[in-house]
Design a protein around this ligand. Structure first.
Ligand code: AMP
Ligand code: GLY
Length: 425
């Protein structure tokens, strides 16, 4: 089989790495890919938003399966386009990817189908938004409606901060058209978990539990990022939490989407806030989480390709996914300045030394080659991911890998996985 993976981040490197292990696959292309995927696949210089060019490539190369990593091409309708041309593709269609592309849509869906979530309002005018903020009190959460790379959410501690965020977003200064509507919602407390499942629109197979680390600094301080590290399994997802997430969140959302005439096929990612056994949904994503995908795929024992094919064919019945007993931890190494404006072009040293470690794999995200050297080229640069018999063991391994790699201005959190240790062994 020939497989095309669309994307060029850590998630796509992990997908390529996992797909490359399948005996069903002869050739993998990755568009645009990165220096990490180049070791396992043939990189193709097409960007993720050039969906027509991707289609021409897939037709010309007779690609048997296309796997779409990021949200942008999904929300542009890449899946609809490929299906119209008879090509097999893994991911939700445009009318289902809206579950991530519009937070207002997603909140209204949750309300209609009784998926537990924070109380909220949707606004396109400053006046009513301010009235809502005054009624609700602070802290309060202001979210741009559209896609904002995980950065369109402001947790406002004061009325002034909340009003400033709303004004900024609605004026188009922050996040452009993604902020032309805002969702304002109640601030929830608890511990977050990333709950991902694969679905064909009817059957739902949960993936192993995972936890992300959104804030840039240790102890969850500082602004939110796309994710600074992740691990699996996440002990906060107890059997009772798992059951509630499956029944109250995934089942209701998948059935709700079907009832709306928007059958959902692909990975559905629920960002959960967990308090005791109770779960509330912070958001849905229409794709694998990044960096959650890295530890999850390192732990996946089953061949992923039959699973992806079954979803593309619309029938997951009879499919099972097995997991390694081990834990996996991914520590993201980021460029100076991230999540704000960040430096690019710094030479990365130590990649080979880190790769020498057993059970450590360095997934590339924002890297590129310059004069045959691997240099930084994005905010999140690498995801150093390790397996271990326990979460602590995997943490130690991952940080051993991190310790061998450096560049000027590198930043990473030193507490990835610590919440799991608080709960186990
Ligand atoms: P979202 O993109 O909606 O998941 O929001 C990004 C991050 O903002 C989440 O992972 C949480 O850390 C935080 N967040 C979002 N909504 C809320 C909320 N209602 N209460 C507390 N924190 C939130
Ligand atoms: N790591 C969070 C996300 O992929 O949205």
């Amino acid at each position: 089989m020939k497989v095309l993976v669309v994307g060029g981040g850590g998630r796509e490197h992990a997908l390529v790495w996992k797909i490359a292990q399948s005996p069903l696959v002869d050739t993998i292309y990755c568009a645009p890919g990165n220096p990490g995927t180049a070791a396992l696949a043939e990189n193709v210089a097409i960007n993720v938003d050039e969906v027509d060019v991707l289609l021409e490539f897939a037709k010309a190369e007779k690609i048997d399966l296309t796997v779409v990593g990021p949200e942008q091409p999904l929300s542009m309708g890449i899946v609809d386009l490929f299906e119209e041309h008879g090509l097999k593709v893994f991911g939700p269609r445009k009318n289902a990817a809206i579950i991530e592309a519009s937070k207002a849509f997603s909140k209204d869906l949750m309300q209609k189908y009784h998926v537990p979530t924070a109380a909220y309002g949707v606004f396109s005018e400053v006046g009513p938004a301010v009235a809502f903020i005054e009624r609700t009190g602070t802290p309060i959460v202001v979210k741009a409606d559209g896609l904002a790379a995980g950065k369109g959410v402001i947790i406002a501690q004061t009325r002034e901060e909340a009003v400033a965020a709303v004004t900024d977003m609605l004026s188009g200064n922050a996040f452009g058209s993604a902020g032309s509507r805002v969702v304002i919602e109640e601030f929830l407390t608890g511990e977050e978990a990333s709950f991902l499942a694969i679905t064909d629109g009817t059957h739902i197979i949960p993936l192993a539990s995972a936890q992300d680390h959104k804030a840039i600094f240790d102890n969850d301080l500082g602004p939110n990022t796309g994710g600074m590290g992740a691990y699996s399994p996440a002990p906060v997802v107890t059997p009772a939490v798992h059951e509630n997430a499956m029944q109250q969140v995934l089942r209701r959302a998948v059935d709700g989407m079907a009832a709306e005439g928007r059958p959902y096929r692909g990975v559905l990612y629920a960002g959960l806030m967990v308090t005791g056994d109770q779960v509330k949904t912070l958001e849905f994503n229409a794709r694998f989480g990044d960096p959650e995908c890295q530890p999850l795929l390192m732990r996946m024992k089953s061949d992923i390709v039959p699973v992806l094919l079954a979803v593309a064919d619309g029938d997951l019945s009879g499919v099972q996914i097995e997991w390694h007993d081990k834990a996996a931890v991914c520590v993201v190494m980021a460029a100076e300045g991230y999540p704000g404006d960040y430096r690019k072009g710094d030479a990365i040293s130590g990649l080979d030394d880190a790769a020498d470690l057993d059970d450590v794999y360095v997934f590339h995200a924002g890297t590129t080659l310059k004069d045959d050297r691997c240099v930084t080229n994005g905010g999140r640069v690498l995801g150093v991911t390790a397996l271990g018999d326990t979460v602590q063991h995997a943490i130690d391994r991952a940080y051993q890998g991190v310790g061998r790699i450096t560049w000027p201005g590198v930043q990473f959190r030193t507490d990835i996985g610590r919440k799991a240790i608080g709960r186990t062994r």
